[in-house]
Design a protein around this ligand. Structure first.
Ligand SMILES: *Cc1c(COP(=O)(O)O)cnc(C)c1O
Length: 475
């Protein structure tokens, strides 16, 4: 397939702009180089992007079980609401008397998610999950600094954490203390007890963790940290298994982020706008980024927390993402949110049980919203790796699960079906996984060289990551 710059004919194009009726502005010399624009008609342009579209696999195309990513189907009504002109045509600097509806949307979602999180204040400023972690850990830092306790320089992160957790702690200037998980996939309590001390600023925990297990010692974990004077941060990027069922605030956590672009109905995967909603307990509220939306005498306005860590993003975050999440939460209602979580767990366990006689499960117990298989045995027996099997799935039109993550499981495939998949879809997918398992024994070569039916075959993934070519190289 040709790139857009390789299409068309010099001089062809389209002019949608009206004749200029204001004095022309002379660009500065250094910006006056002719623009490299593709010479295509509207027709060619449309066909080009439609063709590209057909090569992409998204949630609207089919099953997308990317573990730790919650690629669920997002109801279209959420998009409709986010596209209402009353929301899209707002200007962030217009007088707040004229934007009361938008402020009400922020305020209402803050209250709804505060209830789901078990937290007292919520901000939508952070643009993504990792950005939310950054904000939350800065709250922890501000809390210790404010008390004059500058000895707390360490953040504890279990080895089953999402990779962004240690990265965030380091970004915030903390030393990362890694602690191991036990054979049951839960935090090793003895290792945790040995790691805490007067230098502990806090703990960052993903729960359910990245192997899909809800830590059965969760209350003991938060107690150990609190007894040592640290605070507890909950990575709730994926709240799909717990929303409406249990609340991180009740588990003893002091602050949390959740990805609205995973759990709360904003499509993601293309790097588009997201939001890391950050919630905290009352005692941390005074450090929150400002402004927060407040309601006073029936009117909405802004307030800056007394000891705010400052802004983490312009204005109020990605507002359209907030509108989608609000629509999602209000259309489901309290019981619907709980039911979605239950179905996410049910679906994951359905697939886990259907597959466990064929594949080796990393942890053979009831999982939450996702589970991890280890293909170590299959690899030893047949030479077919998790990567080979994942590539083989492409020939069946399936999007593979997350591969080689979490790092603590070798030859890992991590499957998260989500609540929005039907039994029929999961049956079909399990059937294909088992067929590929057989193929690994009968014809491993076909899997070593898969995919066979895609526009491109095996890519040099390391090369692509190391030598990125992100723009067209004009001759
Ligand atoms: C996705 C994810 C993150 C990071 O979210 P981004 O929006 O990609 O920055 C953090 N923690 C967990 C557990 C996640 O699944």
């Amino acid at each position: 397939m040709k790139l857009i710059f390789e299409l068309g004919v010099e001089g062809r194009g389209m002019t949608l702009m009206p004749e200029c009726d204001v004095p022309e502005y002379q660009l500065p010399e250094e910006r006056s180089e002719a623009l490299h624009l593709p010479h295509v008609s509207e027709n060619e342009l449309t066909r080009h992007y439609t063709a590209l579209c057909k090569r992409i696999h998204g949630v609207n195309d089919g099953f997308y079980p990317l573990g730790s990513c919650t690629m669920k189907y997002n109801p279209k009504i959420d998009e409709d609401m986010a596209a209402l002109p009353g929301f899209t045509q707002l200007h962030p600097l217009q007088p707040i008397e004229t934007a009361q509806g938008a402020l009400e949307a922020l305020h209402t979602l803050g209250a709804e998610l505060g209830e789901v999180f078990g937290m007292d204040a919520v901000t939508f400023q952070p643009a993504a999950g990792a950005h939310g972690e950054f904000t939350g850990v800065l709250l922890i830092k501000a809390y210790h600094t404010d008390r004059g306790d500058t000895a707390r320089t360490k953040i504890i992160v279990p080895d089953s954490a999402h990779g962004t957790n240690p990265a965030t702690a380091a970004m915030c200037g903390f030393q990362v203390i890694n602690i191991p998980s036990g054979v049951d996939g839960c935090v090793d309590l003895d290792a945790l007890r040995a790691a805490v001390g007067p230098d502990t600023a806090g703990l960052m925990l993903t729960n359910p963790n990245t192997v899909g297990i809800f830590d059965k010692n969760i209350l003991e974990i938060t107690k150990i940290i609190h007894d040592a004077g640290g605070l507890c941060y909950y990575d709730g990027a994926n709240l799909n298994a717990v929303m409406g069922v249990v609340r991180p605030g009740d588990m003893g956590f002091d602050c949390i982020h959740s990805n609205l672009h995973k759990t709360f109905a904003t499509p993601h995967g293309g790097g588009g706008p997201g939001a890391g909603a950050v919630g905290c307990k009352e005692f941390l509220k005074k450090y929150m980024p400002g402004p927060l939306v407040v309601k006073k005498d029936g009117k909405y306005g802004f307030a800056y927390p007394e000891k705010s860590i400052g802004r983490v993003k312009m204005f109020y975050g990605n507002f359209d993402v907030v509108v989608r999440a609000l629509t999602y939460v209000l259309t489901l209602g309290k019981s619907g949110i709980r039911e979605a979580a239950m179905n996410a767990v049910l679906n994951a366990n359905y697939m886990r049980v259907r597959l466990k006689d064929t594949f080796t499960m990393a942890y053979d117990e009831i999982c939450m919203h996702e589970f991890v298989m280890s293909l170590v045995d299959l690899h030893k027996e047949t030479g077919v790796s998790a990567l080979d099997l994942a590539k083989g799935m492409l020939d069946f039109g399936l999007h593979p699960p997350t591969m080689y993550f979490p790092l603590i499981v070798h030859e890992a495939l991590m499957i998260e079906p989500c609540e929005t998949e039907s039994k029929e879809t999961m049956d079909e997918v399990c059937g294909i996984y088992c067929k590929l398992f057989e193929l690994a024994h009968s014809d491993p070569e076909t899997l070593h060289t898969a995919p066979h039916s895609t526009p491109v075959r095996r890519l040099d993934e390391v090369g692509a990551a190391r030598n990125m070519v992100l723009r067209y190289q004009f001759a």
